[in-house]
Design a protein around this ligand. Structure first.
Ligand code: PMV
Length: 348
């Protein structure tokens, strides 16, 4: 009887505080700038994936939340080919190891958050797939090495291979061997840091990230200024703020970078709009909150869609989420937060 080999792993969502926007090589997903993100708590946002392989399976196949998809996209195929060739190397080096690299793979994934909500589901999905197959193939688990494979699946996915505070170093080699994720600090380094998600819309995004970023690269003048003059300095400053647990600096840089990213979208031709009026009201409210607190205690950031991610320190949760709940209790996302509206403290 032919045996089935299997392994299970999870992949977390990461939300960039310094955005990746622009590819210098579309095939290898090499970015035009380095980026930084925070990997979110897996209790609320994660993909759980089981990878199995067997000689009796007919084709590679993927299931997401019960629905079946062929694994035939160019990016998924590249990721699977990279993982298989690493397994082959191990098999070729030791004849006692089962020869499973050529077996078709079945990937079964389940998200504990709405897949369509534009919440970096592809990052969590590729990270979970790569971790599960790496475990199945018993590959040496160096997360930075695996991040180079994840990067080819979906750029930002490379950061989900590591926990805590993560930098994706853009690298400068043409083959992408130095374009990988590295950990700036683990989650324990800054345990007070929290993130809340406000789901403004769960519709699919207007302009997919790949076509959006390439439109920006080719048409925005502001974009050249962003990648040459703004991001390199901001990368160093944000890294330092994380290492020093300097929330006001981290938060200001996070908000400015979200603004800068959405500005280059607007400066693209034709323009790309990801924020909507609700997103803009959230931005205004966070600014008012910080003004009334007399210091920066909350930061907003928006990816390629209108949904907000708010970073804050736990000690300020009842102020930050209290105020947001007062105005935006109708939005999605509260159900996955530990916040109890009864604890709200509303500033004067
Ligand atoms: O990895 P992609 O192709 O889904 O692009 C992600 C782009 C942003 O989410 C807007 C920014 C980022 O760094 O995650």
């Amino acid at each position: 009887m032919s045996e089935i080999y299997y392994a299970t792993s999870t992949g977390p969502v990461n939300i960039a505080t310094l955005k990746y926007w622009g590819k210098r090589d579309e095939d290898l997903n090499l970015p035009t700038n380095s980026s930084i993100s925070v990997t979110l708590d897996q209790a609320h946002l994660r993909t759980l994936t089981t990878a199995s392989c067997s000689s009796k399976f007919e084709t590679d196949q993927l299931w997401i939340n019960g629905a079946s998809y062929p694994l035939d996209g160019a990016r998924s195929k590249q990721v699977m080919a990279d993982l298989r060739s690493l397994r082959e190397e191990i098999e070729n080096g030791d004849s006692s190891i089962p020869k499973i690299a050529a077996f078709p793979l079945h990937i079964v994934s389940e998200n504990n958050f709405p897949t369509a909500a534009g919440l970096a589901s592809s990052a969590a999905g590729f990270a979970a797939l790569i971790s599960a197959v790496a475990k199945l193939y018993k590959l040496p688990t160096n997360a930075s090495e695996l991040s180079k494979i994840a990067r080819k699946g979906s750029g930002s996915a490379c950061r989900s291979l590591l926990g805590g505070y993560v930098a994706w170093e853009m690298g400068d080699l043409a083959n992408g061997e130095d374009s990988k994720a590295v950990q700036i600090a683990d989650k324990k380094h800054w345990p007070d840091m929290k993130a809340a998600i406000l789901v403004v819309s769960d519709m699919k995004k207007d302009v997919p990230s790949t076509s959006g970023m390439q439109l920006t690269v080719h048409t925005s003048d502001l974009f050249q200024y962003r990648i040459k003059e703004v991001v390199p300095k901001r990368f160093i400053a944000m890294r330092k703020a994380i290492i020093e647990k300097d929330f006001p600096t981290f938060a200001e840089l996070t908000m400015k970078d979200s603004n800068s990213f959405h500005s280059v979208c607007l400066d693209s031709y034709p323009p790309i709009f990801y924020l909507n009026d609700t997103s803009k009201r959230i931005i205004k409210l966070i600014n008012l909150l910080n003004q009334s607190a007399g210091e920066i205690i909350a930061a907003y950031t928006f990816d390629a869609g209108p949904n907000a991610v708010i970073y804050y320190e736990e000690k300020n949760e009842k102020y930050v989420l209290g105020l947001l709940h007062q105005f935006f209790s109708h939005l999605g996302g509260w159900e996955s937060s530990s916040f109890n509206p009864k604890d709200a403290v509303i500033p004067e």
